[in-house]
Design a protein around this ligand. Structure first.
Ligand code: NAG
Ligand code: NAG
Ligand code: NAG
Length: 371
């Protein structure tokens, strides 16, 4: 693959496609780029898909370079070469990137906080940093922040802020993935789905009881397309779909999503004064993988930063950042960064599709909460 040299763009059709895709993203994002009428406040709960540095801050976990290389020029604790979907969503409403709740150094929480932590699941309920624990941390944050505002602080969130905030949840992937990794059968994994969705229900209701009224729920992506999963499945398995993803993993993800979508419907009728937007991340990600070339990506199931070369460039013993890992050139059109997480380029496209409202139920603009 050609190096990322501006002079070679015109005679490199792939690079040309990538650059065009980048412009399309900017074009798609721009019309909805707008300023909130009220200062936006966001609280996010989840796993590595939206962890902006929480695990690194909370456990001192070393997320090393080249994580962060494309946007931050250094590792920020995000598992990607650059920005996450959450970062693009924040930028779309011109608010700062959300600081991790656990990051004591240089954080400001004027626009909310991020409770998401790498590896988080919904169950077991009392193990850090389960969704339940993240929500308990939020209640602690809310108490302290309210006290500080009452005593004159202008850098924390007050009552209005909490009432009008957007509460975002993106979790469930690790509940499914860890069950499969423990060698549970498809039937056993699927049987766990109702209890996972019940935890999400409990969390939304608890936040509602503490005054939250605006929720934004992401469903889970196609688990069976993650290069990490693919590298662990027997090559002679007949469990692959037409794009080369593991069908049973994807089916489990879709069953989880159906249950989650149903939960959101139920909650809308139970909590009549709340807005709950459900976003079909699965459909967005599967489209990017299935139609990779159309979007300027290539070899969608190949990890950018990993080990072992084709077909997946993934070795569970030599993850991204370890000495010896092979990293693709910047701008080379990879969908997956480290075998589990998406590249900044893919995240930008995912975010632009979220902002399009085409994948949301109901079709509400992302900035609805601050208008
Ligand atoms: C990252 O580094 C490159 C090259 O050193 C520089 O051009 C760019 O401005 C830097 N970006 C940031 C965000 O610091
Ligand atoms: C998973 O199950 C397969 C087949 O039943 C078995 O060969 C393998 O050793 C198991 N792996 C683990 C980690 O338990
Ligand atoms: C690929 O794009 C076509 C046309 O937009 C769409 O109908 C199809 O569902 C997409 N494929 C996937 C896997 O989403």
């Amino acid at each position: 693959m050609a190096s990322y040299n501006i002079l070679s763009i015109s005679n490199n059709p792939l690079l040309f496609l990538i650059i065009s895709a980048a412009y399309i993203c900017i074009f798609v994002v721009t019309p909805v780029l707008c300023e909130c009428k009220n200062a936006p406040v966001l609280f996010n709960f989840g796993d590595s898909n939206s962890d902006t540095g929480g695990l690194a801050a909370g456990l001192g976990y070393d997320v090393s370079f080249p994580n962060g290389r494309t946007f931050f020029n250094k590792s920020t604790g995000r598992l990607s070469d650059g920005r996450l979907v959450l970062d693009f969503l924040c930028q779309s409403i011109k608010t700062g990137l959300l600081n991790p709740y656990l990051d004591a150094i240089g954080s400001t929480f004027t626009n909310g906080a991020n409770f998401a932590i790498v590896g988080s699941r919904t169950l077991p309920k009392y193990i850090p940093f389960s969704l339940n624990i993240q929500v308990m941390q939020f209640f602690h944050f809310k108490r302290r922040s309210t006290e500080l505002v009452a005593s004159g602080s202008r850098h924390m969130v007050g009552d209005d802020g909490f009432r009008n905030a957007l509460y975002m949840i993106d979790i469930g992937q690790n509940d499914l993935a860890d069950s499969f990794a423990k060698n549970l059968s498809y039937v056993q994994v699927v049987k766990k789905i109702p209890s996972v969705v019940m935890e999400i229900r409990n969390s939304i209701k608890a936040i509602y009881e503490h005054g939250g009224r605006k929720f934004w729920v992401h469903n889970t992506g196609p688990l069976g397309c993650l290069p990490q999963k693919l590298s662990l499945v027997q090559k002679n398995s007949d469990d692959f779909d037409s794009f080369g993803c593991v069908s049973s993993y994807n089916q489990a993800a879709q069953l989880f999503n159906e249950a989650l979508s149903h939960l959101c419907q139920e909650l809308r009728s139970e909590m009549k004064d709340a807005a709950i937007v459900y976003v079909d991340i699965y459909r967005i990600k599967y489209d990017i993988i299935g139609n990779a070339t159309k979007y300027g990506f290539s070899n969608p199931l190949m990890t950018c930063c990993g080990y072992g070369g084709p077909p997946y460039n993934y070795n569970i013993k030599i993850p991204c950042g370890q000495p010896g890992t092979q990293v693709c050139k910047e701008g080379s059109g990879a969908v997956f960064w480290d075998g589990i997480h998406y590249t900044e380029a893919a995240n930008a496209l995912i975010a632009s599709k979220i902002l399009s409202m085409d994948y949301s139920t109901p079709h509400m603009a992302f900035d609805f909460f601050c208008q």
